[in-house]
Write a protein that binds this ligand. Structure first.
Ligand code: PLP
Length: 402
């Protein structure tokens, strides 16, 4: 008996994209094979992390890298590293940051539901800029500069699609300000893939720490992420994340940190110990990343477009469908289909359709990112072969029925 069957939960056809609440993505057999192999033998985790970190650094052009338990964990660790640096007493104190440089400056248009990950490390957010007028709202570079004090630990920057990015100070200018004050810039690039080029883009632009999700476009295990950046900050991340139930004399990193005099002694379990990453996850992340780099992304896109176009074609003539639209901007993430509904003709609100699709047979999850347009969205990046026909059929039945 399968594990879902044993537990009595029904798997869904995921037409919404790699959302955490749907379990991310179905994993490719190559990723599963790597996880299976890693799961069967034990390995010193700091050495596995070091080796994985070298791979992540090479792929992103960063000095160093680290595998995290998701991008949100990466942001929390990034904040912890910027606050504690290589001070074991500070590491020991987090998330209590009294007496430490603990302020992180952030532009208001960059605030989102993940910003709190920075606060998890004890950071206090100093928000700057205005939302609303003129246009979408504007942050001026001088507002960022004016918010910097001797308590500032970092500047945070969130990569986000238009229109939310309009009016925000762009990354190159934020980096220039940070450089003038010798401050690190933390970039939330969790969902900035595709395009694959973005793996290197933010490091190349001068960011000091960049967090990506491993379980979104990369196709890794859902609870993985990548944190890359300056070697000294990644060292701080590692020290606050590793299991530190150790003796100095036998610690794998004694030469690097103790014999060089960089640390007076090993720190204890840090803040990141509560966000641990298993050997299986690291193996899966690396295998997924290798696959992501080798993938023919244009062909992948064409296939996804064909899948969602076939669903649009199947429902476009229904009276309940007001309009259909296919967005395919290689700079703007995945291709998505948007089906605007006529709720009067439909006889019920869009939200009901979302719920009916999920409760029906087969269970189908659609994107809720366009509910404000009274529309459902379709994303084929998480769909398996043959599922587009089943989604088209079921959607036609649900939208045809009143
Ligand atoms: C998904 C997301 C995160 C969190 O990523 P996880 O890998 O799920 O922890 C953070 N920031 C943004 C902008 C995201 O889209």
């Amino acid at each position: 008996m399968g594990i879902y069957e044993l537990l009595g939960v029904r798997p869904v056809i995921n037409a919404a994209g790699p959302l955490t609440r749907l379990g991310g993505m179905p994993l490719h057999p190559d990723v599963l094979a790597a996880m299976r192999e890693a799961a069967q033998q034990c390995v010193p985790m700091e050495l596995l992390q070091e080796a994985a970190g070298r791979f992540l650094a090479e792929v992103t052009g960063a000095e160093a890298g680290y595998a995290t338990a998701g991008a949100a964990a990466g942001l929390a660790l990034a904040a912890a590293a910027c606050i504690a640096r290589l001070d074991p007493a500070a590491m020991d104190r987090l998330p209590d940051t009294s007496g430490l440089r603990n302020e992180i400056v952030i532009q208001r248009p960059h605030l989102n539901a993940y910003t709190r990950a920075l606060r998890l490390a004890g950071a206090r957010l100093v928000e700057v800029g205005y939302l609303g007028f003129p246009g979408q709202g504007i942050t001026w570079p001088w507002q960022i500069e004016a918010a910097i004090t001797e308590r500032t630990a970092a500047i945070a920057y969130a990569v986000q699609p238009e229109p939310r990015s309009v009016g925000a100070v762009p990354l190159d200018q934020v980096v220039a300000i940070a450089r003038r004050h010798a401050l690190p810039v933390i970039v939330d690039a969790a969902a900035a893939l595709p395009p694959v080029e973005n793996l290197r883009r933010f490091i190349a632009a001068g960011a000091d720490l960049v967090a990506f999700s491993g379980g979104k476009a990369i196709g890794g295990p859902q609870a993985t992420g990548i944190l890359v950046g300056r070697a000294e900050l990644i060292d701080s991340v590692a020290l606050q994340h590793q299991d530190m139930d150790i003796y100095p004399e036998t610690w794998a990193w004694r030469e690097r940190f103790l014999e060089t005099g960089r640390l007076p002694g090993p720190p204890h379990h840090g803040l990141g110990r509560a966000m641990k990453v298993g050997k299986e996850e690291i193996a899966g992340l690396i295998a997924a990343l290798r696959r992501f780099l080798a993938l023919d992304h244009a062909a992948e896109r064409r296939q996804q477009v064909a899948q969602i176009q076939s669903i649009l074609d199947a429902v476009a003539d229904l009276p309940a469908v007001r309009s259909t639209e296919l967005r395919d901007d290689p700079e703007g993430g995945w291709p998505v289909a948007i089906v605007r509904l006529d709720e009067r003709a439909l006889g019920r609100p869009v939200e009901r359709v979302v719920n009916e699709l999920l409760a029906g047979e087969p269970a189908i999850a659609v994107s809720q990112s366009y509910l404000h347009l009274r529309a459902i969205g379709l994303n084929a990046s998480t769909m398996q072969p043959g599922e587009a026909e089943r989604v088209a059929q079921r959607l036609r039945a649900v939208l045809g029925a009143s």
